[in-house]
Design a protein around this ligand. Structure first.
Ligand SMILES: NC(=O)c1ccc[n+]([C@@H]2O[C@H](COP(=O)([O-])OP(=O)(O)OC[C@H]3O[C@@H](n4cnc5c(N)ncnc54)[C@H](OP(=O)(O)O)[C@@H]3O)[C@@H](O)[C@H]2O)c1
Length: 285
């Protein structure tokens, strides 16, 4: 199998860190990035190339990082848009700047890093882009509207991107993980806006407390997750010969959540079809 060069965002912990170890174990090359690159010293020691990258940086700074990355091995084969975080709060109580910050990282940062690498992929007429979405993008959960919307928007952006790029050799998939035991729910990483209003307080406290309390309890193993993603990109192991799907539920909980959503939407469409479809001009008008 050809040796690939991977560029991965958000490698200081979780999936990103797991990608580094698994990619190196497959004999591939990795350029691992983090907004605080001093957190990546142990990954450098095991053979990763390291660059500093905050995905919310300006387009010029992102372009410059990609230029530096391309200088390392001369090309990049796979981009993994992994960096992201979770901010919790109700629509009413989470202020506009917090919504913007959540979308600036999970959505616009991801789009902008991809935009910086696309000239290289277009020139080579090849490249794989992996987007890390979430099952949360398939269902708006209470107190998690900012995070869920960032991942839901990414879902549709990726569909548009796929329609724009697959004709000239670019492959991409959005992975929709369920709950995996990374640092994503760690009380240090989860941002939250505590509720002041009696109408929301019980629900909000339960969601925020429950989310942080679930850290380290998740059933999903991040190393198994990245092994599956690498198998798909490299067409190895269980994924050999299956091609790259446009999207992939990852974890039994993600499969269930996405299936439930599809079932609910189908039922809604069927139940309301007569009314929904009653709005066209009458024939002859
Ligand atoms: N674990 C799950 O259950 C789960 C489920 C669905 C989706 N996801 C998604 O999986 C991705 C990876 O998260 P994880 O679960 O591995 O959690 P994690 O261990 O908390 O890792 C998140 C990574 O993103 C980085 N990051 C955050 N903001 C960044 C920015 N502006 N620029 C660059 N890096 C930034 C963090 O870096 P710092 O160390 O600098 O904060 C960290 O390296 C995220 O997109 C997350 O939404 C996770």
């Amino acid at each position: 199998m050809t040796q690939l060069v991977w560029f991965v965002t958000g490698c200081s912990s979780g999936f990103g860190e797991a990608f580094v170890h698994s990619i190196l174990a497959r004999g591939d090359k990795i350029i691992a990035t983090a907004r605080n690159d001093s957190k990546l010293d142990t990954l450098r020691a095991v053979g990763a190339q390291i660059l500093q990258l905050d995905i919310t940086a300006s387009q010029e700074q992102l372009d410059s990082c990609i230029k530096d990355a391309l200088a390392i091995y001369g090309h990049i084969d796979v981009l993994v848009n992994n960096a992201g975080y979770l901010d919790l709060g109700t629509l009413e109580e989470m202020k506009h700047d917090r919504w913007l910050a959540q979308l600036a990282t999970n959505l616009f940062g991801t789009i902008n890093v991809t935009r910086s690498l696309m000239p290289h992929f277009r020139e080579r007429k090849s490249g794989v882009v992996v987007f890390i979405g979430s099952m949360a993008g398939w269902k708006g959960e209470a107190v998690a509207g900012a995070y869920c919307s960032s991942k839901a928007a990414l879902e549709v952006v990726v569909e548009s991107f796929q329609a724009e790029t697959e004709s000239f050799g670019i492959k991409s998939l959005i992975v929709e993980p369920g709950m995996f035991r990374t640092a994503v729910l760690s009380p240090n990483n989860v941002k939250s806006v505590d509720s002041k209003f009696q109408e929301y307080k019980a629900l909000s406290d339960a969601v925020i407390g429950g989310t942080k309390g679930y850290s380290s309890q998740q059933q999903g193993d991040p190393h198994k997750a990245v092994e599956v993603i690498i198998d798909i990109v490299k067409q190895e192991g269980k994924a050999a010969g299956k091609g790259i799907p446009p999207k992939l539920a990852l974890g039994a909980d993600a499969v269930a959540q996405m299936r439930n959503k599809c079932t609910e939407v189908l039922k809604l469409l069927n139940d309301w079809e007569q009314i929904s479809s009653s709005t066209e001009f009458s024939q002859g008008t």
